[in-house]
Design a protein around this ligand. Sequence first.
Ligand code: CTP
Length: 399
Amino acid sequence: MLTGKRILLVISGGIAAYKALELIRRLRERGAAVTPVMTRAAEQFVTPLSVSALAGEEVHRDLFDLTKEAEMGHIQLSRVADLVLVCPATADLLAKMAAGMANDLATTLLMATDTPVMAVPAMNVRMYLHPATQRNIATLTADGAHFVGPVEGDMACGEFGPGRMVEVPEILAAIEGAFSPKPLSGSRILVTSGPTHEPIDPVRYIANRSSGAQGTAIASALRDLGADVIFITGPADVAPPAGVRIVKVDTAAQMLEAVTSSLPVDAAVFAAAVADWRVASASDSKIKKVDGALPTLSFAENPDILATVAQMTKGRPPLVVGFAAETDDVITHATAKRARKGCDWIVANDVSPETGIMGGSENAVTLISKDGAEAWPRMDKAHVAAQLAERIAQAVAAG
Ligand code: CTP
């Protein structure tokens, strides 16, 4: 239910604008109040009369409206809501938002608001996949906006692909999720993620193929449950999540230092693929080619960050979660790893090539704890992260 919540609904000009009418009805059925704002282009697709009739409130359309400025200025209008929902969010409006433009009522409200912003994109597939749109979405995500969709499907323009607006029930679920309880609020949780880079000389390093996707998804899921997340990441492929404290490191030694200086925490999740070895004496200058001779690298073992923290006698986080990537005898190896490292849980995954998990979007994990092994069904990495975050919330609440 959304009883007592006020939603400032910005409708921009796309063919999917007609779905905003249904959305207004369903929001009101759930007890929400809807303050509608329409762009000029939106009025070409749905009439302000239909929108205001369904919302039970007048539609705000003009930036320079003397009467309205006298009654309730646009700054105040942007702040009275519990959520600003942009639906549909066209490529044009996203571009204006990302650029920080404020040349009509909708964009001015979006610039002036201090309320969470949720955008529901809807556009042609080429427009959605255009690097400019992708850049704008990345910018807005980094600025803290939440996106719902788009999804793949048939489009009104006759094409097929990503760009289609999600259906009304999914928008409602996302809105309800945004208002859902935050069981981890007040908790500090540390997440390590990504690979480490171990230098050979100033221009060369040893690395691994970790993308950082699973660690990033976990940090986002913990943030969504209200945790104050400290995200310690090596040089990853995926962008770090918004709304978390980001600590960027390169090497395992730097990661250990960042982890220990972030303690105390209520829980620590070690999802990074830390290099087991570093080059014992990395060269300060670039190693030059010498005719007929090959360089020899000698290695030193890196600190095991998970084991170091899990075995602390003072200041050990109450919940320490490690990961294990295995290719065979997953449960046996992961159970032994849990005991060897001294952590509370191990999230084990089978990364044998036939699973397609390494580098893919899905994961099939087994959670190993003192109570035994619990196999989770195969699901995408965001769902694994959400389920793990829920379990962490239960464990933190249980103390
Ligand atoms: N880990 C760590 N510091 C290291 C090495 C690993 O914190 N120097 C953590 C990882 O973040 C992960 C877990 O330990 O949570 C993985 O343990 P590891 O022994 O590296 O296992 P695998 O990667 O599964 O490799 P192996 O089977 O070779 O031991």
